[in-house]
Design a protein around this ligand. Sequence first.
Ligand code: SF4
Length: 374
Amino acid sequence: MEANIEPDDFAPRLIAWQRTHGRHELPWQRSRDPYRVWLSEIMLQQTQVSTVIPYYLKFLARFPHVHALAAAAADDVMALWSGLGYYTRARNLHRCAQVVVQQYGGAFPQTVEQLAALPGIGRSTAAAIAAFSFGVRSPILDGNVKRVLARIFGIDGFPGDKRVETAMWALAESLLPAADDASNDASDDVRQREGAPVEPIVAYTQGLMDLGATLCVRSRPDCGRCPFAHACVANLTGRQRELPAARPRKAVPTRRTMMLVLRSADQVLLEKRPPLGIWGGLWSLPEAPDVDGLAARAAQLSGAPVVLAPLAPLAHTFTHFRLEIEPRLAQLVDEPRAAARDAHTAWVRLDAIGDYGLPAPVRKLLDALDGTLL
Ligand code: SF4
């Protein structure tokens, strides 16, 4: 089944809906300053409007222009971003401000291509910044827009799939308001925003975002109030739950590691993990990929050859892989070597491991040991 709408009718209908029912009072809509538009668009990636608003206002108060943000200490930017998540965005935000200052003298470039070349700005975000700041006519295609298009036009396949995504970009391009309509012309029916005309491309781009955020939401879309209800394939065929298609499930890969429980009386040796990677910065057990490696580590840490005894294996599932852990126990007869105590290793009494930040499976392993040996 095809959508019951001509491509030429799509933009006028969306624009009319946005002007009447869309969002017009978001803090970043009060300005066409590309710095403010950019800041809001980066924050809105993967984060809801209600969460973004206080962060946006805090950032603007602290860094009122791109020069202030570029000159800020990285720690200050990260601290202000703290709680918003996806911290790569904050690092890119800071780098982008510095590039805009160094390469463009503090004035954001105006083309989608130049904007998309800046750190942290993909094609869709670049198009949104260009539309809202400079009235540039260019399609957006973020996750919300993919959902809207997949439903209205009945597009099968996972939108993250290259083939489906390419087709969606072409569709998004074909649906843009006509070039004449996207001019800076402030005709009678164009709403005025703080005295400035809102171009059709601005209302159109905002309309796509508003539709995806307010009506065509992931679960239980509000089709009864949707301007495309009469045309939408998902609505007409009852396939709202099926469209867009979910990411295909992949078999979760398995990784294996061996862990050393080096024990002396009622103490066990913990190691601090590096700050990046899984369990970054937590305390854990020494690891090696195989028995020989683990024996070598045990000898190095204890200062003498030791016997490794197997303990019950355990597994932990992460988002992208499953970790299978084979623990081995090495029991020391003598006191632990003083050399093993430093900022990255610690001998800890088993009844005091609760004071340390440990990964869940390691805690489980050590809890099982407490009081069972010696
Ligand atoms: S009719 Fe329903 S499913 Fe279709 S675009 Fe509108 S809200 Fe989304």
